[in-house]
Design a protein around this ligand. Structure first.
Ligand code: GDG
Length: 731
C-alpha cells in the first residue's frame, strides 16, 4: 500500500517572519487544518500546500531551507505562490467568487475572468508539485474549493490513480450553483476523482442534481457515470480529535495567567462564541440576537456576559473590513446601551488564541453560541462539547450549520430570527444541569465514535474500495484484461464478423444527431478493416438509411439501418433490402401524442423516420425527464398494446417501432450467411443488447460504457472502442 498524499490550499504549518526577520513555523488556524492535522501526523503521508508566505519575500536559499524544514519536521511539501497568484487565485477566485456563492451570498459574489484564469493556473501548479512526489500505489486526497480542478488534471495524467476529494464547505443548490460562470469546468474538475465527499447528504444531493442538470450525466444511487467510470459520492460528516479535547490537561498557571477569564458564578452566566472572521458565520446577527435577549428578557441584565472571540482571517478581502467595522459598531452600541459601571455585556476579542486557551474558555462557558448563516460543518460546536468533560454547558446552534444534523440534542435556532435565537439562549441558560448532562452525554458518545480518525479512515477506506472488484460486481470483465488473447484469436481466424454500432460506440454522442458524422480517423480505420478480405464489417445502427449511406456508403461496409429493418451489402449503392413488412398508418395516432410532449418539454424533438418515430430528449432538463418519462411510457404502451409495435429505449431516446425488428434479428441474418471463427460486436446502449444476446457464446461482445449488459466484456468510452478496433487491425 502506498502513502497518502494530502493536497490543500494551505499547509497545516504556516511560515512567517518574526520581528528579527527570521523564519518561524506556526500552526495554521482553521477547520480543515485542525481537523486533519492529527490524522496526518499518524499516517504515512505527505501534505502539499501553500506555506502562507509570498514567494517574492523569500530568497532562493530560504525557499530551499523552508522545503527542507517542512519535509523533515512536518511531512509537508510547499507550493510557493507569488503575490499575483495569491491575490487572484486565493483572495480573488476562491474567496470572492466560490466562497460567497457556495455559502449563498450571491450578492457578494464577484465574477472576474482573469482571476479564474489564475485559479486554473494555480491548480495546475499544485498538480505539478503533486506529480513530483507521486508513486503509482499512492492515494491522493484533495481538499476543498481552492483545488476543484486538480482531480481532473490528475486523472488525465494518471488514469489508474485513486483520487479522493472532500469539500469542507456547503455545496449549494442548483439554483445558486448555476449562477457561476465556470460551473461546468468545476463539475468536470471534480469528476476526475473516484470519490467525492461532503459533510452532509443535502450537499451531496445538490451536487448530484447539478451534475445531472448541467452535464446530463446519469447517476445510480451514490455513483455517477462519467467518461466510462463510476464516480462515487457520499456524506462523511467530519469529526474532531475527541480524546484530545476531552482529556486536555491545561498547564497549571495558564488559566490564572490568561488575559481574561469568563466570569461566571455568583449569579453571572457566560456565553462564548469562537469563529474566524467571516460573514458566513453570522456574527452581526448573533450580536443582534444577544441584544434581543437583553431587550425581551431584562432580567438577564447584569446576569449574562457574552465573550465574542473572532480570529482574524482573509483580512485582505474588502468585505471582511466592512464586517469587522460592523461588528465593532454593534459591540459598542450594545455595551453603550446596556452596560453599567460593573458590567460590560459584550467582550470582543479580535485575535487568535492558542488551542489551549480556547479549551480553557470552552470549559468556562455556560453556553456556546454558534449561529452561522451557512457553515459546511462547524467544528467549534463539537470541540466545545468534547472539551466539557463535566458534561455540562449547552450549545445553541443554527440549523444552517452542517453540524446541526449531528447535534439534535443541542438547541437549534434560525440565525435570522433574533427572537427565536434569544429564546434559544434563554432556554439554554435556564436548562437544569441534569438535563444538560443527559443531552450532552448522547452527543459525547457520538463525537467519541465518529471522531476525526474515524472520518479520515472511513473516507480512505471508501476511496480504496472504489473501482475494486466488489464494487463492480455485476459488470463484465474489462476487455483490457484479455486483449492479448483476443488479438491472438483475431490473428488465427480465417473469417471474421465485426458488428459495430455507430453512435456512442464509434463516435461521441452529440446534441444534434446530424453532427455525429465520421471523422477522418474513423473512416480510415473502417476502410482498413473492410479492405481485409477475411473481414465482414457491419455497421449496425438505429439511424436512417440516408445517413449511413451519405457518411459511409463509399466504404466497403455492410450497412444495417433502422435497427435492422434495412440491410445493404457493400457495393450495392442504394439497394437496400427490407427485412420485414411495415405499416405506416399507426403514425397518425402516435405522432400527435409525441407532439404534445414535445410542446410541453423544452429541448425534446421528434425524428420522423420512415417506419418509426423517435422522440429524443438528450437536450432536455433531466429533472423534467425523470418526472415525465414514466407517464410518456405508460401512455404509449396503452395505445400500442395489441399491435406489433413497441417502445425501444436507446440513449436519451424513445423509439416507437415494430418490435420484431431489432439488432438481434439483423445479427442473425449475418450469422446465417456464413461460418465465422471470430466475432466481435461493439455497442453502447439498450438496443445493442438484442445483438449481444443473439450471438454465440464464443463471440467477443463488448459493452461500451457502464451499466447492465449481456456482453462478455466492457470498455470505457467510444475512444477506447476505437482503440480495440485499431489493436485488432494492427495485430
Ligand atoms: C471550514 C468550514 C468546516 C478558531 N479560532 C482559533 C482557532 N480556531 C479553530 C477552531 C476550529 C477551527 O479553527 C474552525 O473550524 P470551523 O469548522 O468552525 O470553521 P472554518 O475554519 O470556516 O472551516 C467549516 C471546516 O472547514 C472543516 O471541514 O467545519 O464549515 O467553513 O477547529 O478551534 N484555533 C486556534 N486559535 C484560534 O484563535 N488555535
Amino acid at each position: 500500500m502506498g502513502k497518502i498524499v494530502f493536497l490543500s490550499n494551505r499547509l497545516p504549518t504556516t511560515v512567517k517572519r518574526n520581528k528579527e526577520g527570521a523564519l518561524v513555523y506556526e500552526e495554521s488556524i482553521g477547520g480543515l487544518s485542525t481537523g486533519l492535522k492529527s490524522f496526518h501526523q499518524e499516517a504515512d503521508s505527505i501534505w502539499i500546500g501553500w506555506p502562507g508566505i509570498l514567494e517574492e519575500d523569500l530568497t532562493g536559499e530560504e525557499k530551499q531551507e523552508i522545503k527542507k524544514t517542512l519535509r523533515d519536521n512536518y511531512q509537508c511539501i510547499p507550493v510557493f505562490l507569488s503575490k499575483r497568484e495569491v491575490d487572484e487565485y486565493y483572495h480573488g477566485c476562491s474567496n470572492r467568487t466560490i466562497w460567497p456563492l457556495f455559502h449563498y451570498f450571491t450578492g457578494k459574489t464577484e465574477y472576474d475572468p482573469s482571476n479564474w484564469e489564475t485559479y486554473c493556473e494555480v491548480n495546475r501548479k499544485y498538480f505539478k508539485t503533486a506529480e513530483e512526489y507521486l508513486d503509482s500505489e499512492d492515494v491522493i486526497w484533495v481538499h476543498d474549493y481552492h483545488l476543484f480542478l486538480v482531480p481532473e488534471l490528475l486523472r488525465e495524467g494518471y488514469p489508474q490513480l485513486k483520487i479522493g476529494f472532500f469539500l469542507h464547505i456547503p455545496f449549494p443548490s442548483f439554483e445558486v450553483f448555476r449562477l457561476l460562470i465556470w460551473r461546468k469546468e468545476i463539475l468536470k474538475g471534480l469528476l476526475g476523482a473516484n470519490l467525492i465527499g461532503f459533510h452532509t447528504y443535502d450537499y451531496m444531493w445538490h451536487f448530484l442534481t447539478c451534475v445531472r442538470r448541467l452535464l446530463g450525466c446519469e447517476d445510480v444511487l451514490d455513483k455517477i457515470i462519467y467518461n466510462g467510470r463510476y464516480v462515487h459520492v457520499n456524506a462523511f460528516p467530519m469529526g474532531i480529535d475527541y480524546e484530545r479535547f476531552f482529556n486536555y490537561q491545561i498547564e497549571p498557571g495558564v488559566a490564572e495567567n490568561s488575559e481574561f477569564s469568563l466570569e461566571n458564578g455568583q449569579g453571572m452566566k457566560t456565553i462564548l462564541s469562537v469563529d474566524r472572521l467571516d460573514y458566513s458565520k453570522g456574527i452581526p446577527q448573533r450580536l443582534k440576537a444577544f441584544e434581543t435577549l437583553l431587550k425581551r428578557y431584562p432580567e438577564y441584565k447584569e446576569k449574562v456576559t457574552f465573550y465574542l472571540i473572532v480570529a482574524p482571517s482573509r483580512v485582505e478581502v474588502k468585505a471582511y473590513h466592512q464586517l469587522l467595522k460592523e461588528i465593532r459598531e454593534l459591540v459598542s452600541e450594545i455595551n453603550g446601551r446596556f452596560g453599567t459601571m460593573d458590567w460590560m455585556p459584550v467582550w470582543f476579542f479580535f485575535r487568535p488564541f492558542t488551542q489551549e486557551m480556547l479549551i480553557n474558555y470552552y470549559r468556562q462557558a455556560d453556553i456556546l453560541l454558534v449561529t452561522p448563516l451557512r457553515d459546511g460543518m462547524n467544528l467549534v460546536a463539537k470541540e466545545y462539547i468534547a472539551a466539557r468533560n463535566d458534561y455540562r454547558g449547552m450549545v445553541v446552534i443554527s440549523e444552517t450549520a452542517g453540524a446541526a444534523n449531528e447535534l439534535g440534542e443541542a438547541i437549534i435556532v434560525n440565525p435570522n430570527d433574533y427572537r427565536h435565537t434569544a429564546a434559544g439562549i434563554k432556554a439554554a441558560l435556564e436548562m437544569p444541569e441534569e438535563e444538560q448532562e443527559a443531552r450532552n452525554l448522547i452527543i459525547h458518545q457520538r463525537l467519541k465514535s465518529y471522531n476525526v480518525d474515524y472520518w479520515g479512515e472511513e473516507f480512505l477506506r471508501a476511496l480504496r474500495w472504489t473501482g475494486t472488484y466488489a464494487l463492480e460486481a455485476g459488470l463484465p470483465r474489462h476487455i483490457k484484461e484479455d486483449i492479448e488473447e483476443i488479438q491472438k484469436a483475431w490473428c488465427q481466424a480465417k473469417k471474421r464478423l465485426l458488428l459495430l454500432d455507430y453512435d456512442g460506440t464509434l463516435v461521441d454522442f452529440t446534441n444534434v444527431p446530424e453532427e455525429a458524422k465520421p471523422d477522418l480517423e474513423l473512416r480510415k480505420l473502417l476502410n482498413e478493416a473492410a479492405e481485409d478480405l477475411k473481414n465482414t464489417v457491419v455497421i449496425i445502427s438505429g439511424r436512417e438509411r440516408h445517413n449511413l449511406l451519405r457518411w459511409l456508403g463509399d466504404i466497403h461496409l455492410h450497412l444495417v439501418a433502422s435497427h435492422g429493418l434495412w440491410i445493404r451489402n457493400p457495393g450495392q449503392h442504394e439497394e437496400w433490402n427490407m427485412t420485414a413488412r411495415q405499416e405506416k398508418g399507426w403514425k397518425n395516432v402516435v405522432l400527435p401524442i409525441l407532439g404534445t410532449y414535445t410542446d410541453q418539454i423544452p429541448g425534446s424533438f421528434i425524428e420522423d423516420k420512415v417506419y418509426s418515430l423517435a422522440w429524443h430528449y438528450r437536450q432536455c432538463d433531466p429533472v423534467i425527464i425523470e418526472a415525465k418519462l414514466p407517464e410518456i411510457r405508460e401512455t404509449l404502451n396503452r395505445i400500442l398494446q395489441s399491435t406489433n409495435l413497441g417502445i425501444q429505449e436507446g440513449k436519451k431516446v424513445l423509439e416507437v417501432k415494430d418490435k420484431t425488428v431489432n439488432k438481434g434479428q439483423a445479427a442473425t441474418y449475418f450469422l446465417n450467411r456464413d461460418q465465422y471463427d471470430f466475432i466481435l460486436a461493439l455497442g453502447d446502449d439498450h438496443t445493442d443488447e438484442h445483438m449481444f444476446t443473439m450471438l454465440p457464446k464464443k463471440a467477443y461482445t463488448v459493452k461500451v460504457g457502464l451499466g447492465k449488459t449481456a456482453a462478455r466484456y466492457r470498455t470505457d468510452t467510444w475512444l477506447s472502442a476505437r482503440m480495440i478496433l485499431k489493436k485488432m487491425i494492427q495485430s
